[in-house]
Structures are given as C-alpha cells and as structure tokens.
Write a protein that binds this ligand. Structure first.
Ligand SMILES: Nc1ncnc2c1ncn2[C@@H]1O[C@H](COP(=O)(O)OP(=O)(O)OP(=O)(O)O)[C@@H](O)[C@H]1O
Ligand SMILES: [Mg+2]
Length: 458
C-alpha cells in the first residue's frame, strides 16, 4: 500500500444468507424422523451459512436466500481525507464500515487499513450495560489500546465533551440512547484515532450535540486524521466531507467531490435534474406561438446547481422561442415540494413586457426566489406559458427541473439552533419579539402598544 493511503479496499463483496425456512410436516412419523435427523441438518445449515466458495456475485441472483450486501467494491482513502458514504436504506453503507472495523469479514476481496481505528457503529455497542459510564470509558479505551495513565489524562475531556458528568457513575443501562451516543462518540473522538469511523448514530443526539460532534469531526479531519462518515443528512455530508462515495445495491455508483455526489444521489432518487434542455426543437414542448427550449435552476452566481443553501436565492430560468409575433405572453412557474404540496405559483411581472406583444425570437425569463423562503428538501418546478386575449395554452411542462434546499446548522437560518425535523413548505426567517410582564402586570390591550417592527411605542 502507498505511503499516503489510510485505507485500500479491493474488490470487496459481502454475502449474507437470509431466512432459512422451516419445513412443514404432513405426518407425525415424518416429524419424528426429522427431529432425529435435525442435529445433522442444523450442522449442515450452520456450515452453509459461512460457505460461499461455490458462489460469485451474480450467481446469487437465482438463489433467493442470498443477499449481496456489497458487490465488488473498490476504493482508496488518503490519510487526512474526510469521506462521506451515502446511499439509500440497505445500500451497504454499514456493511463497509463493519468490514473496516473488523466486526465482520468480507466474503471476497480485501481491505488494508493503516492506522489505529476507532469506530462508532450502533447505539450502545461496546458498552457493558451493568458497568457505569466511568467504567465503560476505561473499558473501551483499554480495548482500543490505551494505557490507564493516558485515559486518566483524557478522562475529564471525554466527560466534559459528552455533557453527562452527572450520570457518569450511573450504570449505562439507565442511560437514554442519546446519552449513550454522547458518551460513545466522546470516547471514540478523544482516543486520537488515526482513522475515525462513524455510522449515522449521531442522529440520535440532540441539536446541540449534533453540532458539537460535527465540528469535532471537522477538527479531527483538519488535524490530518482520516474520517469515514455515514449519514442520511445531505447537509451534514456536504458540510463536513471533501469527498463522498455513493453506494447503490452494494455497488459504488459515484465517487468524487461531496457536493457533486450529493447532487447525483438526489437526482437519481428524484429522477429530475436542475437543468433540462431540448436541443432538438421537434421534441420540445410547444404551442402554436411559443416553444419551450430549456429550464434551469441557477445559484446566485449563475451556475446551474441542484443543491442550494436555504439562505441563498435560487434563480428559475426558462428559455423559449416565440414562433409568431403579436402575442402577449404569460410565462409562469409552479413550485411543489416532494409531497406534491404547492409552495407557490409565480407569474412573469417584468414591467418591460407586461401586456406588450412580442416579436419572434429567443427569450429567457428568470424568477428569483429569495433566500430564507422555501423549507429544506426537494422542490419540483413546473413550467407553463399562456398567450393572452384570447387565453391560449402554449406549453405545460410538469416537474421540468428539481432542486434541493439544504438547511445547515449554522444558527442563522430560520431553524436557529433547532436541529430536529421541521415540517412546512416554506421556512421564512421572521422577526420575533417577546414581551415580559413581571408579576403578570400586562397593560390593558390597546391596538398595538408596541410596534415590534419599528421598535416604537404607539
Ligand atoms: N447480519 C445480516 N444478515 C443478513 N442480511 C444482512 C445483515 N446485515 C446486513 N444485511 C443486508 O445487507 C444489505 C446492506 O445492509 P447495510 O446495513 O449495509 O445497509 P445500509 O446502507 O447501512 O442501510 P441503512 O441506510 O438502512 O442503514 C441489506 O440488504 C441488509 O438487509
Ligand atoms: Mg446502516
């Protein structure tokens, strides 16, 4: 393995056998005979669970009790890289982390790892329920190869970071899952591992802790150590990782800069991209007077982009040809979220063109959605055009493009410090004020005693 590599995975496949069915018996005699033979059958079943030598990925397709959790996965990770692994449920993300943490072996292929690994895979693994938090910290650290003196030195930092000092002498079985994750992450992150592996678990912690642990991982990366991080939060992945690997059905389908891979994943799952261009006019949605040629979602800088920070404006652009002069046009967009709820419809209001007949030729119309308006999530944009007086539909392209709004935990969007799931189609940043009346002495209601916007009293 090259000097600068921390991890090298070559052609790894992992096969699981699932659900061997019980046989039904039609007579007592057959049930008794089967009972007598069962130790031999159980032994064969047991052996077959671990024997895959006759099988290769692909053959498994015809065997219904076999799952290829990973199928010929190869990649390398340089020292000091912070890598995100993303993909749908069952894509094989946790399986890779388990192989790298030596919790399970690959069926084929090999993984080389250089450096001390510390991993956090599932809530509560590695903790003994009857031991106290303090005892578990020592137990875990020792298993990971630390001397007692080293642990003594770091103990206060670990407990401090976890924020559970009050419960440190309570048996871990009395902890909530959030408390377990706090302590487990804290131990994993303070052992100064050369490679830190973290699976999703952080989502169990509260907002504060999620923020804290994300910045801790960021620091670990900046100190030149390697981090492998699995998450379903695309915001966390884009923020934390330089590179991301997208898995689908056990295979690597994208590997590259995190933002690009996140976009590829969101596109693949929505089936719609941020730009759609009809280069052949024959295929383009059209009416007798106007033909659509392209729809694009751009960021403030004018780049076509699938992912947008919630605080930044998003530009929707439609490009169309007017085929016959003399019509007044009404281009408009409809924006829906991924539950099909309409966020808004917006009509072209450009005073330059409002009510004016247009000449033949190419046009682009752009609508700017301000920052801090839409909620986080996927949005689908439909693109319409009417000609007026008399009204006549020209084109109507549903879900022409899509984009994703991400809401990071930076504290200055409408979610503030609240990290959990927030509903709603829009998430405007509103001005809030709260009045306090000591002893409940609220003055009698007048129209508006205190105008919160101007700050002036009425
Ligand atoms: N111990 C096991 N026995 C049988 N099948 C398993 C086992 N562990 C995982 N699998 C299967 O392997 C596949 C990949 O699972 P894995 O846990 O790696 O997915 P994941 O990408 O982490 O998904 P999620 O996002 O839901 O956590 C799944 O189809 C899963 O059912
Ligand atoms: Mg998983």
């Amino acid at each position: 393995m090259q000097e600068d590599l921390a991890i090298k995975i070559e052609h790894i496949s992992k096969c699981y056998r699932i659900g061997l069915k019980e046989k039904m018996h039609d007579s007592i005699a057959s049930a008794i005979a089967d009972f007598v033979r069962s130790p031999i059958r159980n032994y064969r079943n047991y052996r077959s669970l671990y024997r895959f030598d006759q099988m290769r990925p692909g053959d498994g397709a015809d065997s219904s009790d076999v799952i290829w959790a990973l199928n010929d996965v190869s990649f390398e990770v340089k020292k000091g890289q912070v890598i995100g692994i993303i993909g749908g449920n069952g894509a094989g993300k946790s399986t890779i982390l388990k192989i790298l943490s030596k919790i399970t072996d690959p069926t084929y292929g090999c993984a080389e790892i250089r450096g001390r690994v510390s991993s956090l895979l599932e809530v509560g693994t590695g903790f003994h329920p009857d031991l106290t938090g303090r005892e578990n910290v020592y137990l875990n650290a020792t298993i990971l190869g630390m001397k007692k003196r080293e642990v003594d030195r770091k103990f206060d930092d670990i407990v401090d970071f976890s924020g559970i000092e009050k419960f440190i002498d309570t048996p871990v079985k009395r902890y909530s899952s959030g408390m377990k994750v706090r302590l487990a992450f804290s131990v994993a992150a303070h052992l100064e591992p050369e490679i830190l592996i973290v699976d999703e678990v952080l989502s169990v912690g509260d907002a504060d802790f999620q923020k804290k642990s994300l910045s801790k991982m960021e620091n670990i990366g900046q100190e030149g150590r390697t981090v492998l991080f699995v998450s379903h939060s695309m915001s966390a992945i884009s923020r934390l990782c330089d590179r991301a690997i997208l898995l689908s059905h056990g295979k690597v389908v994208a590997d590259g800069p995190a933002d690009q891979v996140v976009s590829a994943y969101l596109n693949a799952s929505s089936g719609t991209a941020a730009a759609r261009v009809w280069s052949d006019p024959q295929d383009a949605p059209t009416g007798p007077a106007v033909r659509l040629r392209a729809v694009r979602v751009r960021d403030e800088g004018g780049n076509v982009s699938e992912t947008h920070d919630i605080r930044q404006p998003v530009r929707l652009e439609m490009e169309y040809d007017v085929l016959r002069s003399g019509h007044v046009l009404l281009p408009h967009f409809t924006v829906l979220n991924d539950r099909g709820q309409c966020a808004f419809i917006t009509l072209d209001q450009d005073p330059e063109w409002r009510g004016k007949p247009r000449q033949e030729g190419r046009y682009t119309s752009t609508a700017v959605i301000p920052g801090n308006l839409l909620a986080e999530g996927m949005f689908y944009v439909s693109c319409y055009c009417l000609t007026l007086n008399p009204d006549s539909k020209q084109f109507n392209e549903r879900s022409a493009v899509a984009f994703y709004v991400s809401d990071n935990l930076d504290g200055d969007s409408a979610r503030g410090d609240y990290a959990k799931k927030l509903g709603g189609v829009v998430r405007p940043l509103l001005k809030w004020t709260t009045q306090f009346y000591p002893n409940g002495n609220k003055p009698a209601d007048r129209a508006l005693e205190h105008d919160p916007l101007s700050g002036r009293s009425a």
